[in-house]
Design a protein around this ligand. Structure first.
Ligand SMILES: [Fe+2]
Ligand SMILES: [Fe+2]
Length: 386
């Protein structure tokens, strides 16, 4: 026997229960009427009778995003040993020690837990000052983006239905928090001034945060995360930036989230294609154009053609938005043609001997593993280009 029962008055217990039953019925009925009238009824989309969020269990979404994210969860202490993070468990530290014991001296040296000062020295050795400034200019654009991804995903949490989708978005919130704080330390290790958001990043990210309802998925998971995928894919095979592979892996999962969600809870035809939503989405995409012009010098410093970069981003966002059902004022192929014409016109005016090209066929992701992941998500460039 674990508990020693105390005496109670059964009549009083029964009366208290009766009062609760009546109050519960009245409160629920009152809130239900308020909800029907469009006033603030029950705030939580939670079904306590079914012990489930409204929308049901949605185990498919939980397995694809929550379970998978936990399986692929990485710790900064292991992946970025030069950082200040102390997030590995005792078990993970034992495993690192065991793996190091089985290594040759050369392997150990390569895997050595380099300090922050040594990491900064490595960056100084590998990159010129101009290259460091260009890397920081590009990485910080997505660094500010991670702050917004954190806020947008947290606000999406209350918008999605079902237990599985809420579990999936919760992992995104956690991963974006990690991306923001870890990327911040990586960028600061370059020891050059970190620029504030450009006007175009500001408009792009504020647009995603202010988007109505699940159009936040369009602004963040389709546009901003595809820009992030391209930036991480461009840098992940460069010295000192290997940790960005793990960012790339997480972002690829985040770009798949809207499509997986809408498979369970499809948008209505009105949500997909009403004129106001189409225009709002175009407004979210447009800052990408001046952003490319703005980053031209920095991308060129690193040997990346800015319009090839932008073409790759646009092709991938078109694939994702069409797959998820987010319609724009014009079909994706037409929009790509317009952007392509704008890029070619700009290049004809600013570059000597410019030859017209289809930038929408370009690919700027360098890492072999990253390119394979992207092929799985987006297919091959030629299939989708205008
Ligand atoms: Fe992120
Ligand atoms: Fe993300």
């Amino acid at each position: 026997m674990k508990f020693e029962k105390l005496p109670v008055n059964p009549r009083i217990v029964a009366a208290n229960r009766e009062v609760e039953r009546a109050a519960n019925k009245a409160i629920r009925a009152f809130d239900a009427v308020k909800s029907k009238l469009g006033l603030r009824g029950r705030a939580a989309a939670y079904d306590d009778e079914a012990y489930e969020f409204v929308g049901g269990p949605n185990d498919a979404m939980r397995r694809k995003h929550y379970d998978k994210s936990l399986r692929l969860l990485w710790k900064a202490e292991q992946a970025a040993p030069w950082s200040t993070f102390n997030d590995a468990t005792d078990g993970e530290k034992v495993l690192i020690g065991m793996a190091e014991r089985g290594m040759s001296d050369a392997e150990k040296a390569a895997r050595a837990r380099i300090s922050s000062a040594e990491f900064r020295a490595l960056l100084d050795r590998e990159y010129t000052l101009a290259e460091k400034k260009a890397i920081v200019a590009i990485l910080s654009a997505i660094g500010h983006g991670e702050a917004y991804a954190w806020m947008v995903s947290a606000s999406t949490l209350t918008e999605v239905k079902s237990t599985g989708a809420k579990a999936a978005v919760t992992m995104q919130v956690m991963e974006e928090a990690k991306h923001f704080v870890v990327l911040r330390e990586l960028i600061q290790a370059f020891n050059v001034e970190v620029p504030r958001q450009s006007a175009w990043e500001y408009l792009l990210l504020e647009g995603a945060l202010k988007a109505r309802g699940l159009d936040k998925f369009f602004g963040m998971n389709v546009i901003v995360e595809t820009v992030a995928l391209n930036i991480f894919g461009m840098f992940s095979d460069k010295p000192g930036l290997e940790v960005l592979r793990l960012f790339h892996l997480d972002e690829s999962r985040h770009t798949a989230l809207p499509d997986n969600y809408f498979k369970e809870f499809p948008m209505t035809a009105w949500e997909r294609g009403n004129p106001r939503a189409r225009l709002a989405r175009l407004k979210m995409v447009l800052p990408l154009l001046p952003l490319v012009f703005f980053l031209e010098a920095d991308l060129s410093e690193l040997g990346v053609d800015p319009f090839s970069f932008a073409g790759a981003v646009l092709r991938k966002t078109t694939v994702l938005s069409e797959r998820s059902g987010f319609k724009l004022p014009m079909p994706g192929t037409q929009l790509m043609s317009v952007f392509n014409a704008a890029f070619n016109a700009y290049c004809s005016a600013t570059r000597e001997g410019h030859v017209w090209q289809n930038y929408m066929n370009a690919e700027t992701t360098h890492g072999v593993a990253e390119a394979a992941i992207e092929r799985e998500i987006f297919g091959s460039p030629a299939l989708h280009a205008a």
